[in-house]
Design a protein around this ligand. Structure first.
Ligand code: NAP
Length: 226
C-alpha cells in the first residue's frame, strides 16, 4: 500500500499511476477530495482517494487513520506535494510570509507525514519513504533567488538524513530525489522531461528491494551531491 501526497496532478499523479501499474494499492492524497477521487477513478481499481492537506495536522491524521482502517498497513510514502514562490524573491529581501508558507508545505508537510506514517511502517518492519526534493536545494550548487523553495528542499534533504540515522537497522529506507525539470504546472511547458521520466526515479526508490540504498539523494537513479 502506497500513499502519495499531491497525487491529483503532475509528478505525484504519475507516480501514483506507475505504482498502481506495478500492483500497489495506491492512496491518492489530494487536498481537494473531488480532484483526488477523479484521479483515482482514472487510475483504476487499485487506486483510492483521501483528502490530504499536508499543512493541516488534522487532515494528515485523518488520512493516515483512513489508510490504517482500510488497509491495516502502509508500505510506501511518497512526499511529493510541493509549492514554489513562483521563482521570485531573494534571500536578501525575503518575503517571510511566503517563505513560511513554502516551508510549511514542502518541509513540515513531508515531516508531518513521515511522523504520522512511521508507526505503521515500524509495525510491519517495512517502509519506503521518498522525499521529492530538487536540485535547487543542493548546498553544493546553491544559487540565489527563490529562497523559500531552496531552503525548503535543503531542509527536506536534512530530514532524509536524520530519519535514515534514526531508522538504522530497521527495514525502512528513506531517500531524496530530484525528478529533474519536468513538464507540469510547476515546471512549465518548456521543461525537458515528461511526467513519465520525472516519476521514474521516485517510483524506483518507492519500490527498492530490502537492503537497497538509504539516506541518498538521487536523480536518474544515480546519487547526486547534497
Ligand atoms: P505541480 O504540478 O504544481 O503539483 C503540485 C501538487 O502538490 C498538486 O497536486 C498540489 O495540489 C499539491 N499540493 C500543494 N500544496 C499542497 C498541500 N498543502 N497539501 C497537499 N497537496 C498539496 O508540481 P509538480 O511539478 O508535479 O511537483 C511535484 C514535486 O516535485 C514537488 O515537490 C516539486 O517541488 C518537485 N519538483 C518538481 C520539478 C519540476 O520541474 N516540475 C523539479 C524539481 C522538483 P493542488 O492541485 O490541490 O494544488
Amino acid at each position: 500500500v502506497a500513499l502519495v501526497t499531491g497525487a491529483n496532478r503532475g509528478i505525484g499523479r504519475e507516480v501514483a499511476r506507475q505504482l498502481a501499474e506495478q500492483g500497489y494499492t495506491v492512496v491518492v492524497g489530494s487536498r481537494d477530495l473531488a480532484k483526488g477521487e477523479a484521479t483515482a477513478v482514472e487510475l483504476g481499481d487499485a487506486a483510492v482517494a483521501t483528502q490530504l492537506d499536508v499543512r493541516d495536522e488534522a487532515s494528515v491524521r485523518e488520512a493516515v487513520s483512513f489508510v490504517e482502517r482500510e488497509f491495516g498497513r502502509l508500505d510506501v510514502l511518497v512526499n511529493n506535494a510541493g509549492i514554489t514562490d513562483g521563482w521570485s524573491g531573494t534571500a536578501a529581501e525575503p518575503d517571510f510570509e511566503k517563505v513560511r508558507e513554502i516551508l510549511d508545505t514542502n518541509l513540515f508537510g513531508s515531516w508531518r507525514l513521515a511522523k504520522a506514517t512511521l508507526p505503521l511502517m515500524r509495525r510491519i518492519g517495512y517502509g519506503r519513504i521518498v522525499n521529492v526534493s530538487s536540485g535547487m536545494g543542493q548546498l553544493s550548487d546553491m544559487g540565489g533567488r527563490s529562497p523559500g523553495y531552496r531552503v525548503s528542499k535543503t531542509g527536506l534533504n536534512a530530514l532524509t538524513r536524520m530519519l535514515t540515522a534514526e531508522l538504522e537497522d530497521e527495514n525502512i529506507l528513506v531517500n531524496s530525489v530530484c525528478p529533474g525539470w519536468v513538464r507540469t504546472d510547476m515546471g512549465g511547458q518548456n521543461a525537458r522531461r515528461s511526467v513519465e521520466e520525472g516519476a521514474d526515479t521516485p517510483v524506483w526508490l518507492a519500490t527498492l528491494p530490502d537492503g537497497g540504498p538509504t539516506g541518498g539523494f538521487f536523480r536518474d537513479r544515480k546519487p547526486i551531491p547534497w
